[in-house]
Write a protein that binds this ligand. Structure first.
Ligand code: HAM
Length: 927
């Protein structure tokens, strides 16, 4: 192969063998620094060029000639970071970290870039690990940093460590020293290297770093600041030294140590390892008390260090890591699938396991096992047998006699404690194992179509449902089914203790009006007649009340032939209950205690009773929906009457057409124009004509529509929305239903986006005082909001059904409806009146559910109840994504059951018996 491409000069690839010692360095640093309270920070690999010019210093080598600087497509000058301190100081300022307890301790690791001449230990891209403590000038900070770095390098086995220490002073003293040094250098100008001479003005300290021999001789005579330290600087340095002495850290004082970055003040230090030759510094650092301020931040004295990962690895040397695995699974050709499954199981059990991926013969695979240093090999032979081979002793034992995952076996023997290295804390029985004396295979399993406990990726739902018996073997599914059973048991336990009777109502009944389409069952004995499966036991439970069975409940199957949606099932389960001689308060009280009991029995949060009650109108006003999530604010605010006379056409037109203007205050946010446009798009997607956004700015707004609104209107809107400087306001003008629905949804999406939803809290709330009817403009009639058997509150005025209120209630859990119910109509005449109000004439009413009306005529007690969607309830408790996760045998979203193949064709004879014939288009062979 041609060697056309190579890693760029001064860079290198890290191959797996080298990755191991490098990772060890990072791990050791993470642990050591973590224990010392340093938090990990990651900053970008490139920054504004000016950050380094200002931070590191324009006269330094790094800035003058080592930076990888380029213009981005927007014409900004950016630079691949040559070092980490200036970026961390930038982040400290940018994120206002001076408000945190000081000092803020941060560590980082990653690639850095300097255009230096490559040589051993010097690269153009290298890895640093650094630590910075910002916000304290205590000498303890300097000492702790040095002690930590010393400990890190020792732990990593860097040999012959040498620590040099100095102080560069600060403030005026430092200025004075600089001048003295400049004078000295000028006096020796002729003996100095060109490069040093050129920089007497800009960077005289760098003369100490010159590699030129003659310059070196001059500099040996040069004054050092260390000899001239005075006042606080001297005291600080003395304190650092005392602390290091006490900690037993050895160091050499070296006044020529200046380090090549301009930000240093006071303490500087350098750890070297002479073995490394020319680039012998492994790491170093110092104090930089003025940097943060220089970058526009508050006064924040700081110190830190950085080490070069490559140099540590070079210095410490690395033993060739022999890669090993616990088990190699070798397989005959027809056992390769089993081998992959076995490797998966072994890995899940915490062992390292590998297999042949190159189609080798069994013999080749054994060689490969040897090559990768496997301690054991499992050989799956073509007879279905399995042999375990200890690779060091060569000892072989036959295992499992061809046992495969999912075979059913019985085994007996002695239960023993596992060897310490075999203990697996991940599994409940991980400390013990069975020493098998006798084993018998009872049932032989085919290779399952998917791994039962799959660790990689998800199995498709269709596949899971088709083999639900395998899917239900998974721990996750078993736990869901167990939870569901516990919920049922807790409900029964509570209702039984409250004197409720569990009564079953029929599955085969007649079609009644409950909103959805019925599932019909043809009658064989009376061809042309049909039973309907119940959409709910509503009418039966009312009849039970008439029957004097005062407290009824049932965990009931309901059937609705609705358009399928992701989280709907054609057959689903309700907890249905009904009580006689009760008021709304009685029903709510009993149900709150029921919910609290279920929560307690399933180990959920204790519910605080009574639950809050929110009138329907208030829910719509404040949240735009009758299912509000009340765990967070962002409440909606009515603005219509403040804008009745506005000149702004969009608002005015909507209001004049009977619409409303409502808004919410999303708090102080900074969103770019593109995201504001996206919000408008989202509002339109949800059905609104548009969305107005505005940021409060001074007395007015920054908003595309600000100019259309008067100062008075802006002030009024700001006051209603409680807008403070910088707050983002979102406003929708539309017909009430649309405006509320759009804002309700935006409110939830914004809360999620801004992390305002306290997901660790459960909040249940009753929605009460519902309207009895709502107007259906398409059908041009009044529809019941709950169902037509709901008792109106007070008299029903046939002339204004829209004003009627219902004795109805819903319980809403974190923004999802959990259950709903009402006090029912027990007066047959009132029932007829309500039916008439929604357009069902008495003769039609009698035809469809005369049986209920008749029952009500024989002495009906006042009664009411509730029904809960049990599948949803358990789904929420479980935190599952879909209700199918908590149903043993659910249907797919299209209503099919892949396990049984339902719905399916039936044969002609069956149809004939029922007196049915399919229309030609629907005729197909039975499947
Ligand atoms: P520095 O001395 O420039 O300090 O770099 C720290 C370490 O990075 C050096 O000791 C060396 O191990 C490694 N290093 C530097 N350049 C290269 C290179 N071209 N190839 C390989 N390794 C290299 C700083 O960067 C300061 N920010 C340290 C600091 C933190 N001071 C205060 N806080």
């Amino acid at each position: 192969m041609s060697a056309r491409f190579k890693a760029p000069k001064g860079t290198f690839d890290v191959l797996p063998a080298q990755a191991v010692p490098r990772a060890r360095v990072e791990r050791a640093a993470a642990e050591l620094l973590g224990r010392a309270g340093y938090g990990r920070i990651e900053t970008p690999a490139f920054e504004d060029t000016e950050l380094f010019e200002r931070g590191v210093g324009e006269a330094t080598d790094i800035v003058r000639k080592e930076m990888f600087t380029f213009e981005d497509l927007g014409g900004r000058s950016v630079t691949l970071r040559p070092e980490g301190t200036a970026p961390i100081a930038r982040a400290y300022v940018e994120h206002g970290m001076h408000k945190l307890p000081q000092p803020v301790k941060l560590w980082y690791a990653g690639p850095f870039f300097r255009y230096e001449a490559p040589q051993a230990g010097r690269f153009r891209e290298f890895s640093q690990i650094g630590a910075e403590a910002i916000g304290s000038d205590s000498p303890l900070v300097d000492a702790e940093l040095i002690i930590l770095l010393d400990a890190l390098l020792r732990e990593l086995g860097v040999p012959e460590l040498e620590l040099r220490l100095s102080s560069l002073g600060s403030g005026e003293a430092r200025g004075a020293y600089r001048e003295e040094l400049q004078a000295f250098l000028r006096a020796h100008e002729s003996e100095l290297a060109r490069e040093v001479r050129d920089r007497i003005d800009a960077n005289p300290l760098r003369a100490f770093d010159s590699k030129d021999e003659r310059t070196g001789a001059v500099m040996a005579q040069a004054p050092t600041i260390l000899e001239r330290l005075e006042g606080d600087d001297a005291e600080h340095f003395e304190a650092v030294r005392r602390l290091l002495d006490e900690a037993g850290i050895e160091y050499a004082l070296d006044g020529t140590l200046v380090r090549g970055l301009d930000y240093y003040t006071r303490t500087v230090f350098s750890f070297g390892c002479p073995r490394l030759g020319a680039q012998s510094e492994v790491g170093g650092g110092g104090r930089y008390d003025a940097l943060v301020e220089q970058l526009g931040g508050p006064a924040a004295p700081a110190a830190g260090w950085a080490v070069g990962v490559e140099r540590i690895v070079l210095a410490a040397g690395s033993e060739e890591e022999q890669s090993t695995s616990d088990v190699f699974v070798a397989a005959a050709d027809d056992r390769r699938e089993a081998a992959l499954a076995l490797v998966g199981e072994l890995r899940r059990a915490g062992l390292s396991a590998d297999l042949d991926l190159a189609g080798r013969s069994l013999k080749g695979q054994m060689k490969q096992a040897d090559r990768v240093g496997a301690r054991h090999t499992v050989i799956l032979d073509e007879d279905g047998g399995a042999v375990l081979r200890d690779m060091s002793s060569g000892e072989q034992t036959e295992v499992g006699h061809g046992l495969r995952p999912e075979d059913v076996v019985t085994a007996s023997g002695e239960v023993v404690r596992r060897d310490p290295e075999m203990i697996n804390p991940e599994i409940a029985t991980g400390e013990f194992e069975l020493r098998v004396a006798n084993a018998e295979q009872i049932s032989d399993a085919d290779t399952p179509p998917f791994e039962i406990e799959s660790f990689s990726g998800e199995v498709g739902e269709e596949m899971r449902l088709r083999h639900r018996y395998l899917d239900l073997r998974r721990d996750r599914m078993r736990e869901s089914i167990e939870l569901r059973a516990r919920v049922n048991a807790a409900m029964r336990e509570f209702l039984d203790s409250e004197g409720f009777l569990e009564i079953e109502t029929p599955m085969l009944s007649r079609s009644t009006p409950e909103g959805a389409r019925d599932f019909l069952v043809p009658s064989r004995r009376d061809p042309g007649s049909f039973y309907a499966l119940p959409q709910s036991p509503q009418l039966f439970k009312q009849i039970l009340m008439v029957a004097g069975l005062e407290r009824y409940y049932q965990i009931a199957r309901c059937f609705r032939d609705e358009e399928q949606r992701a989280d709907r099932q054609p057959d689903f389960t309700q907890l249905d209950l009904e009580m006689s001689f009760v008021t709304v308060d009685d029903v709510l009280d009993l149900n709150e205690r029921l919910l609290a009991h279920v929560f307690e029995r399933t180990g959920r949060a204790t519910l605080e009773l009574p639950l809050p009650r929110l009138p329907y109108d208030e829910a719509i006003a404040r949240y735009g929906t009758d299912r509000p999530d009340v765990r967070f604010g962002l409440e909606l605010v009515e603005l219509t009457d403040a804008l009745r006379d506005t000149e702004f056409k969009v608002f005015r037109g909507t209001i004049d057409a009977g619409g409303i203007v409502k808004g919410l205050n999303a708090g102080r946010r900074e969103l770019p124009r593109s995201e504001l446009d996206a919000l408008i798009g989202r509002a339109q997607e949800l059905g609104a004509g548009g969305l107005v956004w505005a940021f409060r700015e001074g007395a007015g707004w920054r908003s595309p529509v600000a100019k259309f609104l008067s100062a008075g209107e802006l002030a009024e809107l700001n006051s209603r929305l409680g807008a403070e400087e910088g707050d983002l306001l979102l406003i929708v003008a539309d017909q009430p239903k649309t405006a509320n629905a759009v804002l309700a949804q935006l409110r939830i999406e914004l809360a999620q986006r801004f992390d305002l939803v306290p997901t660790d809290r459960e909040q249940l709330v009753w929605i009460v005082d519902w309207p009895l009817f709502e107007w259906d403009p398409e059908a041009s009639r009044w529809d019941p909001l709950h169902h037509p058997f709901t008792q109106p509150a007070g008299e029903l005025d046939p002339d204004s059904p829209g004003n009627a209120r219902a004795l109805a209630y819903d319980v809403v859990w974190n923004g999802q409806e959990l259950g709903g119910g009402s006090i029912r109509i027990s007066d047959p005449d009132l029932q007829l009146g309500v039916l008439e109000a929604i357009g069902i004439r008495p003769d039609e009413a009698n035809e469809r559910f005369g049986f209920l009306l008749e029952a009500l005529r024989y002495g009906a007690p006042p009664h009411g109840g509730i029904a809960y969607g049990l599948d949803r309830f358990v789904q929420r408790l479980r935190g599952a994504d879909s209700i199918r996760e908590v149903i043993a045998f659910p249907k797919t979203a299209s209503g099919a059951d892949p396990l049984t193949g339902a719905p399916a064709r039936v044969d002609e004879a069956q149809l004939r018996e029922l007196g049915l014939a399919l229309r030609p288009a629907q005729r197909r062979a039975p499947s």
